[in-house]
Each structure stands twice: as structure tokens, then as C-alpha cells.
Ligand binder design. Structure first.
Ligand SMILES: [Zn+2]
Length: 401
């Protein structure tokens, strides 16, 4: 049976906004986007768009399905049995999809759980977004994120670590170029994996046709990752003018993950977040804002990622990153493209998802009213009217909490 989203506003995902348009879905694909709506009596399920707006399924380029948004989620991963982490991951995936996020790029998890969740979703065992999994993130011994990582030292070991993730089924490879906020006794500004290590690892990933991303906060680590050939910079706290120019010229994506810092800053130690994390967050936050404003002004391609799973950064609240991007200088259209068309390019899936175009997967999200006029709609619990993934409607009853 065909489904038609009839006669309304459509945010295509490529910068265009169409009015009075009908989107026709057959099977798991978009069959047509146009002016003609199916007549009465035709064998088509009709969904009126009316005053709402139809978007391509949203894409979050940076989540951790294994992390539970508790005050110290990395400690939870270490303390709890992997089976519990996996069950939590299942719930996180369901909430994410119900919130209108039809695709996530998972940036690292322990015990192959992200890879398993992906498999369970693909096989129909459970509901969830399309998952591009990284397997274990690759870090130096004791480096940032090590509880969810494959610690590797020296170019040969990093190369081997990359091969291990690809063998396990990773869709992309995640490196750790610098320290970070959520691991005790590492500094966000300090470089971690070396240029030589990342060069070997990135080369190996690219040989297998896999994209690469790096957690990168300090300037030296960012620069090393860029010159080693990285495809996206995550967080990017201390971006220099030179790094920004390099990213623009080489089309390296920037995924700022504002929500990660925002929630740690908002909740603080009063909510139980370890003081060392809150202190580090306080130091880096103003630099992050400056980096994002500069990168945006320079025309670096910015995509939406939340780092969902970090403290109070709940799976299923992913789309609050969109108003945060606007508060950091993007226009509403730019922020929405960061979460759709541009994000699909980060994943290398721009031919399948990210825009509402004939032949693409029918990942469609109806959002109430017009978010282009009021971007803060995305902070409201009832913003999402309905979600379709691959031509099938999703039960969105359980998105909150
Ligand atoms: Zn992360």
C-alpha cells in the first residue's frame, strides 16, 4: 500500500522549502515528490501535512548508545555487566527513533554492543534508527574513552586495531586525537594519538573504504588528525585559523556536539557530575563557542551530533541540538540542513537518505507547525507528530523520559 503525505510544507534537506507539495511513498522508498495528490477512492493511505512541516528523517552524527546519560556514564559502563549496557542500548535506540532521528552514527562502544544493536535493528529483532557503528574507539593506552576503547600504541598497533574493528563489522573508525572531559586525569587540550599513529590508522580505514572521525579538542591533536587525513572533527574545542582553513579547503566536516557541553554546564556538580568533569567543561566551553563561530563564518561544513549518552544528554532529546546550533550562529535552515542533508554527507549516505527526493529511503518526520519560524519547537515534548523509517510508521509513544 502506498502512503501520501499530502499538500503541505516540505523541508527538502538541500536548502529548499516547498509549499503545497505531496510526498508519495511506496515500499521503503519515496516514489514521488510533486503537486498532484491522490484522489479520493485511490488505494493510498493519506496523511495530511496541514499546518505541520515534513522533514527528512533526522540524522545524529555522534551518539553513544552504550552510554546512559547518568552523571558519570563512563563509570557506569565500567561498573555494570555488558548485558545491562546492551539492554540500556536497546532502550536508547528505541527512544532515539521515536524522537524522529532515523539514523545515528555511533561513535564508540564497549564489547561490540553498538555492532550488536545495529544487527538486531537490521534483522527486525528490535526497533531503532539506522545505526552506523564504530565498534571500539581507538585510543592510546589510558587515553580518553579507554573504557570503551581499543588501546593502541605505535602506528602498527593502531593499524591492527583498525583492522580488528573492520573485522568486527565497523562502518567507520573513531580515533581519539586528544584528551577529553569525561575521563579522569586526561586533559582536553593535550594531544594523545600521534600524527604517525593516526596516519597509519586512517590510511588503513580508507583502504577498506571506511570513513574516519576523531574526538579532537586541543589544537595540536586537531592539526595532527587533519594532516593525517581525518574525515570529520568531533567537538573541536580549540580550532585554530589554520585548522579552519584546512577543513574548509579539504571538506573536512565539523561536528561540534554543543549539547554535550551544554548539559554538563547546566547541571554541574549539584546533579552528581564529577567535579573534575565540571571544572574541565567550564574551561573549554567559551573556546568551543569561539571555534564554532569562526568555523561557521569561514564556511566549514557543520553537521549535527549530540554526543547523546553523556551526562544528562538523553537519547531521544537529540533534536535540542538544532536550537543550540542556531544559538551559536547558524540560521534555522542551516541548522536543519546540518541535521539532514549535510549529516548524510558525513556518513557517505547522501544518495540514500538526508533529503526528501524521489528514490531515497522513505525516512520522513512530521514536525508540528513551522520550525523555520520557531526553532525552539524542538525543545517541546510534543514537537514530533509522526515518524516513518523506510516506509514504516514508528510507534512514538515512548519517546519521553
Ligand atoms: Zn563522543
Amino acid at each position: 500500500m502506498k502512503t501520501a503525505f499530502v499538500n503541505g510544507r516540505v523541508f527538502v534537506g538541500n536548502g529548499q522549502v516547498l509549499e503545497e507539495v505531496t510526498v508519495l511513498v511506496e515500499g521503503d522508498k519515496i516514489l514521488d515528490v510533486g503537486k498532484s495528490a491522490p484522489g479520493p477512492g485511490s488505494d493510498v493511505r493519506i496523511v495530511p501535512i496541514e499546518g505541520a512541516t515534513l522533514f527528512p528523517g533526522f540524522i545524529d552524527c555522534h551518539v553513544h548508545l552504550v552510554m546512559d546519560a547518568s552523571p558519570d556514564p563512563m563509570a557506569a559502563v565500567v561498573a555494570q555487566p555488558p548485558a545491562i549496557t546492551a539492554i540500556k542500548g536497546m532502550v536508547h535506540a528505541q527512544k532515539t527513533l521515536a524522537a524522529g532521528v532515523t539514523t545515528v552514527r555511533d561513535m564508540g562502544g564497549n564489547d561490540g554492543i553498538d555492532l550488536g544493536l545495529k544487527q538486531a535493528i537490521v534483522s527486525g529483532l528490535m526497533q531503532g534508527p539506522r545505526v552506523l557503528a564504530s565498534g571500539k574507539l581507538i585510543c592510546m593506552t589510558g587515553g580518553h574513552g579507554w573504557p570503551m576503547g581499543r588501546e593502541a600504541d605505535g602506528p602498527d598497533d593502531v593499524r591492527r586495531a583498525v583492522r580488528e574493528q573492520i573485522k568486527a563489522g565497523a562502518d567507520q573508525i573513531k580515533f581519539m586525537a586528544t584528551g577529553g572531559v569525561l575521563t579522569p586525569s586526561v586533559e582536553p587540550g593535550c594531544a594523545q594519538l600521534t600524527f604517525e599513529e593516526m596516519k597509519a590508522g586512517i590510511e588503513e580505514a580508507h583502504r577498506a573504504g571506511k570513513k574516519t572521525a576523531t574526538h579532537a579538542m586541543g589544537s595540536q591533536g586537531i592539526s595532527d588528525a587533519l594532516h593525517a587525513g581525518i574525515d570529520s572533527i568531533e567537538h573541536g574545542i580549540y580550532l585554530t585559523d589554520e585548522s579552519i582553513a584546512f577543513m574548509k579547503e579539504n571538506h573536512v566536516f565539523y561536528i561540534p556536539t554543543i549539547a554535550a557541553l551544554f548539559h554538563i554546564g547546566e547541571k554541574g556538580t549539584a546533579a552528581g557530575i564529577p567535579s573534575w568533569a565540571v571544572e574541565k567543561n567550564k574551561v573549554v566551553a567559551p573556546h568551543h563557542r569561539k571555534s564554532l563561530e569562526k568555523a561557521h563564518a569561514a564556511g566549514v561544513a557543520i553537521a549535527m551530533g549530540t554526543d547523546a549518552g553523556t551526562p544528562f544528554n538523553h537519547h531521544g532529546c537529540n533534536l535540542m541540538e538544532i536550537p543550540l546550533l542556531v544559538r551559536h550562529g547558524l540560521s534555522p535552515v542551516q541548522a536543519l540542513m546540518a541535521a539532514t542533508g549535510i549529516a548524510s554527507q558525513v556518513l557517505g549516505l547522501e544518495k540514500q537518505i538526508g533529503t526528501i527526493e524521489k528514490g531515497k529511503f522513505a525516512d520522513l518526520v512530521l514536525v508540528k507547525d513551522n520550525p523555520l519560524d520557531d526553532i525552539d519547537l524542538f525543545n517541546e515534548a510534543d514537537a514530533i507528530v509522526c515518524v516513518m523509517k523506510g516506509g514504516r510508521f514508528i510507534d512514538i509513544g515512548q519517546k519521553n523520559g
